[in-house]
Write a protein that binds this ligand. Structure first.
Ligand code: WTA
Length: 642
């Protein structure tokens, strides 16, 4: 076997194609995939339904359609199979799991929908959700969808300041939250963070507080804060869904771009729901009776699409995991799979790398035979991690699907299909249905046709689940995604199409970094640092990290007269970033430096910092354009000595 990962091809595991062992995959050959993919591109109106789509960002699908996402995800199944388990809540403590049927879910969703309506929330309003991974979080999304309000979930790892900015940007009048959160045995003071955020959010009139722990006194602001339990208990167990048009907005989800300001990516109802359902069906080869377990947080797009909307649209049983892979021991994932007989398991390469490091013994004694499809998402998976996942977790009997997508794409856009596509470790393989993929020359924007090409990844035309706009800033939507390469949606990632046509994602080509699958912008972290009174300037880069994929290194210039010899100062700067963004954005290293590499026009050359940190000081490229090429030597000394 060659060492080149492009040369190793892993066929579809025979077990998946054996009718005695597994349900027949929907797509069971590469030819069938190719035929359907071609049809989805050439005749989208036949493949998906009525389309209206121009190059100006006027994207619309199923124009005459009316539907309601909560009806599709809940009522349909509650009517047909009320006792079927919709959600398995695997609580932080392993002995506290709970099963919620479709019938239960419908009642909970309706009661919260009624409570929101009673509080004056109407179609088109935005609802901020800042909650731990408890069933009420899923209920919250669906209740918003039911009344036509746009949910705006803010990941519970964000700080009070980050939460405040997102509530303000969306102009939310209501926040749904909990008293506390539980994660890995630790308690998180969720409500206190909300209180802090709301000190400067005049738009918020109501805070609905769910009891997760009930363990301590939670200060309630009279006239603003109300208990979830009391609110919903006043409501009847049925509340009719709002009739929504296909293109009515379903939700906002804030994500990081190349500037400091987070953007509220907006998805609409029909196209998004179709993408979510279609990928659960085809990419995870979901069959009735399967138990679907996505380990993401509901605060990110992966949780939206693959914990909530995709599985529930298909009437599946979805797992909601509140804990972390190492609590109480590093066997937690494997216990969860064995206990609930999980058939599809979906996690991030970071988690796989971390568990692999802890050794194989944690896998022993857990029956993983129910598994058929193992997915990864969020960052490129290195071949070592891929093999461990395939061999130790999947025992060579499961399909591995390395799914590439983004908040903006709504669902997977490049991915293997379990029964049809032979995989290569580290390659996301081929475009999903409806995705007319292109690799462009980054400079000329010309499409690089044929195989064996590397450039930036783009999509040639709209597909149903593509985001429609950035909330309140359509100009920015156009400038970020549709204008850089006219005629294409620009992903921001680099990619290679190898000699066999397989796609390899090479990582971001903009100033976005990816730490443990969390997407962050360098500008966002830099502006957090600059808010500290001692900091004059900051430059942030992503460096390679064995476990988290990338980690954050920050170069900081202090204001004149401030001593750089204090150890406490770097600690304080880390705290600063945690406070402004959240703990997951904390820099791993901070270098206090005299100067940063800039061009004569003042543009920061992060590329040079990346090279220095990577130890590639002999390939810094042309540094003669720097205003002061002398800074480079000082930076090298600094990095090498720390
Ligand atoms: C990266 C997460 C390589 C990529 C669903 C993308 C990946 C960004 C993969 C989106 C993958 C996601 N292989 N890179 N399979 N999946 N990415 O919006 O850089 O949080 O642009 O959505 O994650 O991150 P986001």
């Amino acid at each position: 076997m060659s060492d080149n990962p492009e040369d190793t091809l892993y066929p579809v595991p025979a077990r998946l194609l054996d009718a005695k062992q597994c349900p027949e995959p929907y797509i069971s050959s590469i030819e069938q995939y190719q035929k359907m993919h071609r049809q989805s591109i050439e005749h989208p109106e036949e493949f998906f339904g009525k389309v209206f789509c121009l190059d100006h960002g006027d994207i619309a699908w199923f124009l005459e359609g009316q539907l309601n996402a909560s009806y599709n995800c809940v009522d349909r199944h509650a009517i047909a199979t009320p006792d079927k388990v919709a959600m398995i809540y695997e609580a932080d403590e392993p002995n506290q799991s709970e099963h919620i049927t479709y019938g239960d879910l419908l009642r909970k969703v309706c009661q919260l929908a009624g409570a929101l309506r009673a509080r004056g929330i109407r179609k088109g309003d935005t609802v901020a959700i800042y909650m731990p991974m408890i069933p009420e979080a899923v209920v919250a999304l669906l209740a918003c969808a039911r009344i036509g309000a746009l949910h705006s979930v803010i990941f519970a790892g964000f700080s009070a300041e980050a939460l405040r900015d997102r509530i303000k940007d969306a102009n939310s009048r209501i926040v749904l939250t909990s008293d506390q959160g539980k994660r890995g045995g630790k308690t998180i003071e969720t409500k206190k963070i909300v209180d802090e955020a709301l000190k400067s959010c005049p738009s918020v009139e109501t805070v609905v507080v769910c009891q997760r722990t009930g363990a301590s006194e939670v200060p309630m602001t009279p006239g603003r804060d109300v208990w979830w339990g009391e609110e919903v208990s006043r409501q009847p167990t049925y509340s009719a869904p709002e009739v929504m048009y296909s293109e009515d907005p379903l939700f906002l989800l804030y994500t990081s771009g190349s500037t400091g300001q987070p953007k509220g990516v907006m998805h609409t109802t029909a196209g998004y729901l179709l993408g979510a359902a279609a990928t659960v069906k085809y990419v995870f080869d979901y069959h009735p009776g399967d138990i679907f377990a996505c380990m993401a947080d509901v605060g990110w797009i992966t949780g939206h699409t693959y914990i909530v909307y995709g599985p529930l649209a298909l009437g599946a049983t979805t797992v909601l995991f509140e804990s972390i892979p190492t609590y109480p021991t590093p066997s937690r994932y494997w216990e969860l799979i064995a206990k609930h007989k999980v058939t599809q398991f979906y996690t991030a390469p970071t988690a796989i790398r971390a568990l692999r490091r802890l050794g194989d013994s944690w896998l022993e004694g857990h029956d993983l035979s129910s598994l058929r499809v193992l997915g990864t998402v969020g960052e490129p998976i290195n071949p070592e991690a891929w093999h461990w996942y395939n061999d130790k977790v999947g025992k060579g009997r499961c399909a591995i699907v390395d799914t590439y997508w983004q908040t903006e794409t709504g669902c997977h856009i490049v991915t293997p299909l379990p029964g049809a596509i032979a995989t290569k470790p580290g390659s996301a393989t081929f475009p999903f249905f409806g995705i007319d993929l292109a690799i462009l020359d980054p400079v000329t924007g010309k499409e690089l046709v044929g195989n064996d090409v590397t450039g930036v990844l783009a999509v040639k035309r709209a597909w149903p689940s593509i985001a429609r706009t950035i909330y309140g800033d359509h100009k920015r939507f156009m400038e970020t995604y549709l204008r850089p390469y006219p005629g294409y949606y620009f992903t921001g990632d680099g990619a290679t199409r190898d000699k066999d046509g397989y796609i390899w994602i090479r990582g971001r080509v903009d100033d976005v970094i990816n730490v443990s699958g969390h997407r962050l912008s360098t500008a966002e972290i830099e502006s957090a640092l600059i808010m500290h009174p001692t900091v004059a300037e900051a430059a942030v880069i992503g460096a390679n990290d064995d476990v988290t994929g990338q980690c954050i290194h920050a170069f900081v210039c202090l204001k004149p007269g401030i001593s750089s010899h204090s150890n406490d100062l770097t600690k304080e700067l880390v705290v600063q970033v945690r406070k402004v963004i959240g703990p997951f954005a904390a820099p791993k290293k901070i270098y206090l430096v005299e100067d940063l590499p800039k061009t004569r026009s003042g543009k920061l050359m992060r590329r040079i910092l990346r090279k220095i940190v990577a130890g590639e000081k002999d390939s810094l490229g042309d540094i003669s354009t720097l205003a002061d090429p002398g800074v480079v030597a000082a930076l090298i000394v600094k990095v090498e000595s720390s």
